[in-house]
Design a protein around this ligand. Structure first.
Ligand SMILES: [Zn+2]
Length: 141
């Protein structure tokens, strides 16, 4: 018969009482019950472990999305500064250095999404535009 459980705590309490009583009345069942109880415990542990894993994964994914957003928010100027530090403030093709502030960033693999430093070079506007016109220009390397 179903009982109107007020809360989980009371339910557990009732179950404990019931089990005690039952064990007293049926000592021969005790061993079997203990075995089943161990098994149940293992199953709940497994379930808890899975839940924890899931939570960890969700937490990690949340963190990663935030991290990726932050990363892609690295400004053009920061990237430029990094490139200038690595390659020097000059055009990669013609060596133009007179006005470093007009140097442009060129994606070697033509993929604008790939902003890894080794995919980027600095070019003066002229060389940059030439690089994007294959018919006119073949890169030196
Ligand atoms: Zn140039």
């Amino acid at each position: 018969m179903p009982m109107p459980w007020k809360d989980k705590e009371r339910q557990r309490e009732y179950q404990r009482e019931y089990q005690k009583k039952y064990q007293k009345e049926h000592p021969e069942k005790r061993r079997e019950w203990a075995k089943r109880s161990r098994q149940n415990l293992r199953e709940t542990d497994l379930e808890r472990y899975k839940q924890q894993k899931r939570q960890d994964y969700l937490k990690y994914r949340k963190w990663y999305v935030a991290y990726a957003k932050k990363r892609s928010a690295i400004t053009f100027h920061t990237r430029r500064k990094q490139l200038i530090q690595k390659l020097g403030a000059k055009c990669n093709d013609c060596g133009f250095t007179e006005y470093p502030e007009i140097l442009e960033i060129h994606h070697l693999d033509k993929n604008r999404e790939n902003n890894l430093v080794n995919n980027l070079v600095l070019l003066c506007p002229t060389c940059h535009s030439l690089r994007h016109r294959k018919n006119l220009y073949s890169p030196k390397e």
